[in-house]
Design a protein around this ligand. Structure first.
Ligand code: NAP
Ligand code: ZN
Ligand code: ZN
Length: 353
């Protein structure tokens, strides 16, 4: 027996997402079956659906910002019960034995994590060899990879915390961002708007670094103290050597030099957006000022729960536009154009209509 599931899939890199029926596995002893309420649209869903990173196989069901209610649980589940509000992010499994997994950094699993979509299911006998994501009405996930959602948070607006939230929270925590530091968030999209909220909540002075002058007012409302237009060469030059830390969410390869020069001595720029080659990097900003560039991938399960609890405490959620699933293809085009404030979230109840 398996669980009949409705979702939206794409069948080629140039195809559109359309209704698709498939089977999920029945719960194993440590599994949780979740009725999905909402799923955010991450730019990574678009890169993957369109095979821009070259690893996608079809049919492909995106979605890794999942919020739902527990429907039922396997016999050995201890953390969850039917009715609980829960989340699933980018990971549904990992080896659990390597040094990274033991440290709760499953995203850096040395044997390769299992992604919520497009991953290889680690245990045989499941209906599909590949994992299918959250643009669907149900999902079965091992309880270790399921998160508790604080009761006070709006369920739809909490969905993008599962990827956009943790991807920005994790580097800010790792690099000890706090009061007295000047932090630049580059790119005001799904990730960037959460980066601004978190850096502000952590007490840093926050500068929104954007290509879009019209987003300045929003950036201030989100918590930015200042706005720097990256297309204004004069303003960029005036801001050189003034930042302690930069979080770069630009979704494509780009020239990193103008941003590196914004860092103070010993400053770090963390790239989370460009999962592809950057333009040739100039060594000068690194050498002249001992600056660093680093990368960061989402976050492990313990830190994702910590981030959700932080959001519960400070009442932080995402700014979203809720859509019906039939409008998902249009939402993809609008996301690529930067025409969303600041994350689309699919209301999964619309799968039934
Ligand atoms: P998004 O909503 O599309 O936002 C990206 C923002 O970057 C845009 O709103 C725009 O902001 C800016 N931008 C776009 N093109 C640009 C260009 N050519 N030059 C300079 N700025 C540009 O995307 P997202 O969902 O936040 O995701 C951002 C990237 O992170 C994606 O590539 C995604 O795949 C990746 N990602 C990585 C991780 C990770 O773990 N490392 C996790 C999730 C997502 P302005 O208008 O303000 O300039
Ligand atoms: Zn994502
Ligand atoms: Zn591992």
């Amino acid at each position: 027996m398996t669980i009949r599931t409705q979702g939206y899939a794409t069948h080629s890199a140039t195809g559109e997402l359309s209704p698709f029926s498939f089977e999920r596995r029945d719960p194993r002893p440590s599994d949780v079956v979740i009725d999905i309420l909402y799923c955010g649209i991450c730019h990574s869903d678009i890169h993957s659906a369109r095979n821009e990173w070259g690893w996608t196989t079809y049919p492909f069901i995106p979605g890794h910002e999942i919020i739902g209610r527990v429907k039922n649980v396997g016999g050995k589940v201890t953390k969850f019960k039917a009715g609980d509000l829960v989340g699933v992010g980018c990971l549904v499994d990992s080896c659990r034995t390597c040094a990274s997994c033991k440290d709760g950094l499953e995203q850096y699993c040395e044997n390769g994590f299992t992604g919520t979509y497009g991953g290889e299911d680690r245990i045989g006998g499941t209906p599909h060899p590949k994992t299918f994501g959250g643009y669907s009405d149900k999902i079965t996930v091992d309880e270790r990879f399921v998160l508790s959602i604080p009761q006070n948070l709006d369920a739809a607006a909490a969905a993008p915390l599962l990827c956009a939230g943790i991807t920005t929270y994790s580097p800010l925590k790792h690099w000890n961002i706090g009061p007295g530091q000047k932090v630049g968030i580059i790119g005001l999209g799904g990730l960037g708007h959460m980066g601004v909220k978190f850096a502000h909540a952590m007490g840093a002075k926050v500068v929104m670094i954007t290509t879009s002058p019209e987003k300045g007012e929003d950036a201030r409302k989100l918590g930015a103290d200042e706005v720097l237009l990256s297309t204004n060469a004069q303003a960029m030059e005036a801001a050189q050597s003034s930042f302690d830390f930069l979080l770069n969410t630009i979704p494509v390869g780009h020239d990193a030099d103008p941003y590196m020069k914004l860092l103070k001595r010993d400053g770090t720029m963390v790239v989370v957006g460009a999962v592809e080659p950057l333009k040739q990097v100039n060594g000068i900003p690194f050498i002249m000022g001992r600056r660093s560039m680093a990368g960061s991938l989402i976050g492990g399960l313990p830190e994702t729960q910590e981030m959700l609890d932080f959001c519960g405490k400070y009442n932080i959620v995402c700014d979203i536009e809720k859509i019906a699933i039939r409008d998902v293809n249009q939402a993809y085009d609008r996301t690529v154009k930067g025409d969303v404030k600041y994350r689309f979230v699919i209301d999964m109840a619309t799968l039934k209509s």
